[in-house]
Write a protein that binds this ligand. Structure first.
Ligand code: 13P
Ligand code: SF4
Length: 359
């Protein structure tokens, strides 16, 4: 007989109470009993399957706080996939992230709860495009954002994420002995990186459909309404957004900034769930601003994570030859020394316009 909070059994109410504390601003008491049952079931299935859930910072709070064993940015998730000794990896994120996990852990079973969880950047470029780019610019290193498919990574010299893009570009230029590199497929990331380095950048016109929607008017409106708010932007945003921001970095760098500095009010210019997730850990910070959701990330739910573990679906595989080539590019990135300080973009440099060559 139910005798705990929300009509849950006492045991289940106690088991899930710490999660409720973190998600209660975002989940209604009406939704919670079903979510609490799913969280408990998923955590039990994880033990039975020897599975680990790698959850991106853009997952909804009940996934992020309830079932994620490792939560973080694209770079952190990739490193964890390489490190984990679980037999099964469940990627609570999008398809390219699951492929990256498979590339780094070919002997593990990698599952994604919904195969349709794509990415506008990953679908903006094909392996054939990369081959043509290389023909056009022989001798230049190809740096590819991890937000790409495995066959694109297989055509690449080294991968990067927003957390290490400047470091990777500078490493590639030095290693190849050139003053220009190809950085694809995110045009805005390429422009933002170009402003941080003296290395010349050749870019591709791919965009993140979430970050490209933010405008400087959004930021001006937020500053009018909340003059004390600090504005943090992701480098997938257009460069004028970074120029108008107070801080820019990967999702992990933004999280760290808020957790360490604890500003009274924050505008997060990135996918909306991230604010809800950080709020669970630092409830005293108020998050204000526009809410842009990634429709691909939002395909992942507690229900399909449960089904994923119950039926061991949907397995993500990468053909062997492609996997070996792609692994070289991803492993090179992982092997670079970690940056001495959290990857953050220098906003003084960001305010100086530096041109990129668009393919
Ligand atoms: P990071 O988590 O690497 O900052 O990337 C953001 C993103 O858009 C992932 O899809
Ligand atoms: Fe792709 Fe943008 Fe969604 Fe990240 S937020 S998965 S870059 S569409």
């Amino acid at each position: 007989m139910a005798d705990g909070a929300f009509g849950l059994s006492k045991e289940l109410a106690e088991e899930t109470a710490p999660v409720w504390e973190k998600v209660k601003d975002h989940v209604t008491p009406l939704e919670w009993p079903e979510q609490a049952r799913l969280i408990s079931e998923i955590n039990r299935l994880k033990r039975e399957r020897d599975a680990v859930i790698l959850a991106h910072n853009y997952m909804t709070p009940e996934i992020f706080h309830g079932v994620g064993d490792y939560v973080g940015d694209s770079l952190g998730l990739a490193k964890e996939a390489a490190r984990s000794d679980a037999n099964v990896i469940v990627q609570a994120g999008v398809h390219f992230m699951a492929e990256t996990s498979k590339i780094l852990s070919p002997d593990k079973t990698v599952l994604i709860p919904d195969l349709r969880a794509g990415c506008s950047l990953a679908s903006s470029i094909t392996a054939a495009d990369v081959r043509l780019i290389k023909e056009r610019h022989p001798g230049l290193p190809v740096v590819t954002y991890v937000n790409t498919t495995a066959d694109v990574k297989a055509e690449t010299d080294i991968c990067c994420t927003s957390a290490n893009a400047v470091q990777v570009v500078e490493w590639a230029a030095k290693e190849w002995g050139v003053d220009k590199v190809i950085l694809i497929p995110d045009e805005y990331l390429a422009r933002n990186v170009a402003a941080q380095t003296t290395v010349g950048i050749i870019a591709w016109a791919g965009h993140c459909e979430v970050h490209k929607r933010f405008t400087t008017q959004d930021i001006a409106d937020m500053r009018d309404a909340w003059p004390d708010a600090e504005v943090l932007a992701h480098p997938e945003c257009p460069e004028e957004i970074l120029r108008a921001a107070d801080f820019a970095g990967s999702t992990a760098a933004m999280t760290e900034y808020v957790e360490q500095r604890r500003p009274r009010r924050v505008v997060l210019i990135t996918e909306c769930s991230m604010a809800s997730n950080i709020k669970g850990d630092v409830p005293e910070v108020e998050f204000v601003g526009p809410c842009n959701l990634c429709p691909h990330m939002k395909r992942i739910t507690l229900e399909n994570i449960r089904d994923c573990l119950l039926h061991m679906q949907f397995e993500v595989t990468v053909p062997e030859e492609m996997l070996e080539k792609a692994r070289l590019a991803v492993q090179r990135m992982i092997d670079l020394p970690p940056p001495s300080k959290p990857a953050r973009y220098d906003l003084v440099k960001a305010r100086h316009h530096v041109d990129v060559e668009l393919i």
